[in-house]
Ligand binder design. Sequence first.
Ligand code: GLN
Length: 458
Amino acid sequence: ASAVEVAEAHLDRIASVDGQINAFLHVDRETTLAQARRVDERRAAGEELGPLAGVPIAHKDVFTTEDMPTTAGSKILEGWRPPYDATVTARLRRAGLVILGKTNMDEFAMGSSTENSAYGVSRNPWDLDRVPGGSSGGSSAAVAAYEAPLSTGTDTGGSIRQPAAVTGIVGMKPTYGGSSRYGVIAFASSLDTPGPFARNVLDAALLHEAFSGHDPMDSTSVSRPVPPVVEAARRADVNGLRVGVVREFAGDGYQPGVTARFNEAVELLESLGAKVVEVSCPHFEYALSAYYLIAPSECSSNLARFDAMRYGLRVGDDGTRSAEEVMALTRAEGFGAEVKRRIMLGTYALSSGYYDAYYGKAQQVRTLVKRDFEAAFEQVDVLVSPTTPTTAFPVGERADDPIAMYRADLCTIPANLTGNAAISVPCGLADGLPVGLQIMAPVLGDDRVYRVGAAVER
Ligand code: GLN
């Protein structure tokens, strides 16, 4: 099929179901079809395009796109049209992928349900009364609802793996620095990591490979070659591989169906020839608390740039008010409650007199988590756990309980603090809803999680 035909089929699907799902914040048929026509022309002219040329993709609305608006799910960026493409966007455009639109997300990627979006909640295609996870919930819902075959997300504290798990798709957090942050609206710069969503592991690997690799525009970009993720996904064997089950990620707080599916995945790994052992990572239980100091601290600094002067919303600029007053009014109206909570927490944690007790301590925990990973990877090749303690929760259930919301990230956050590669792959249903298996590998061991994921995905 031509790129135009494939794009049209997906645009039609979006038109028929997105009224219920609300995965997209921006869809523009003409812009998408113009891109698709261009790809068909490039192909007709004999240009060598990659394996994903002509395949449609939906981008989380945190990636800048020069032909579409970018809001990061916030009112403060409403109407902003970025003058440039993110590196991820630009590379995929060059590879011939066709952008279907921009997807919904928790404001500035802060959340686990998309309920913090300024533009309404996205719905889980498996049950419209439940959340599709977050913060990249529009991207997970779009792929799970067959509105898009592929999408992008960012994973700062689980925001790719958790939404993938609860919508029954594949989501991967590359090694930190393996994918470029250039043109990704910043949340917590030492953690933010772009990554792929797809309906199977091989597709995710193809997408991963298409946007990864060194980028001189990102000072923390890794200069080593991209791990051979596509080859690993094709290989899909675990014979002789040593797999560690994280002892701390089980027990209280885990839905029985999640534990049951996880145990079956472990048995499957064993039956395929993997050597499974239990591994203890004693500091993983402190990772969540450390993250909820580090991420807000970095966000309080990054979000200072939304000053009502440079982009987006400006409130109260009637000629009678000072710049400071306009700034305060704009930030009061433009930021939602969770973003304000994080800015206040972060500012507090970084303030003199509290820095050592909060931010400093959190960074020490980060080092201990890193040592746990290093010790574990002396014994095993990959670590596995459930991706999330529970399946998708009902819309509204945790909306007024930030701590309950944060607990959705329990198993995903250790890999963020240390920059390790980690994937979530579907491993069956519990009470009719999808369960995710998380596979974690050392830094730059991205290929391993694809190899194992492809062997056990359901
Ligand atoms: N739930 C995490 C948070 O709210 C997820 C963040 C993310 O990965 N973008 O911070």
